[in-house]
Ligand binder design. Structure first.
Ligand SMILES: C[S@@+](CC[C@H](N)C(=O)[O-])C[C@H]1O[C@@H](n2cnc3c(N)ncnc32)[C@H](O)[C@@H]1O
Length: 209
């Protein structure tokens, strides 16, 4: 789907997204375990980018669990950027796209992409993996989380709004392959089935460049 559609949808829902999803309470121990492994792998005193930071809830989580980190956020929705700046004043948050990140080469020790590749079809993952590799220092870490599966799902209503949005499911195999084609080594991945009211299975990939 086009960047304009994604941007417009998240601009529309930004305030309600921030209100309805203020923290990581919706994440299962499975996902939070992947974040904990990422924090351990990266170590202290790192500069870390939350790529597709949305309204900033993972920035606040990372600030709590890794207080020595210097945090940056980027998101293509200016509405989400405004919400993230409000809840994460300790972070530098700017507008930008995952496939054209507004940062210098090797600027970061690690990048988190938490449910931000979910509006990118599989054939767009390679460009994003290339940008993640470019902004990471050699040996840097990435953690991506996403809904697992194949195909696309149209979203016409979410967070109390009528929307025109498409979500693309990915697998750890396709995400891992995109990363490895760009020079990353996958260090861990995992998939769990849907639980509670979830429609989809959830997955993560941890990798190092
Ligand atoms: C489902 S939200 C997740 C936000 C946040 N990571 C969280 O977990 O709450 C997806 C976010 O990714 C952003 N996004 C999607 N595709 C993007 C892209 N290609 N470049 C930058 N941001 C993108 C959207 O604007 C939105 O804020």
């Amino acid at each position: 789907m086009t960047d304009d559609r994604v941007r417009a949808a998240y601009d529309l829902v930004a305030a309600d997204y921030a209100r309805l999803l203020p923290d990581t309470a919706v994440e299962a121990p499975f996902e939070l375990g992947a974040v904990a492994q990422f924090v351990a792998d990266v170590g202290p005193d790192a500069r870390v980018l939350d790529a597709g930071c949305g309204a900033g809830r993972l920035l606040t989580h990372l600030h709590a669990v890794a207080p020595s980190w210097r945090l940056d956020g980027v998101d293509m929705s200016i509405g989400m950027v405004a919400e993230a700046r409000r809840v994460a004043p300790f972070a530098e948050v700017v507008a930008g796209s995952l496939d054209a990140l507004p940062f210098a080469d090797a600027a970061f020790d690690a990048v988190l992409a938490w449910y931000s590749i979910i509006h990118t079809p599989t054939d767009g993952l390679h460009a994003i993996a290339g940008e993640l590799a470019r902004v990471l220092r050699p040996g840097g870490h990435v953690l991506l989380a996403f809904q697992s599966g194949s195909g696309a799902r149209d979203i016409s209503r979410a967070y109390g709004h009528e929307l025109d949005l498409t979500a693309f499911r990915h697998t750890v195999a396709t995400v891992g392959a995109s990363l490895e084609r760009t020079g990353f080594t996958v260090t861990a991945d995992g998939t769990r089935t849907a639980r509670g009211g979830e429609r989809e299975a959830q997955a993560f990939v941890l990798a190092r460049c």
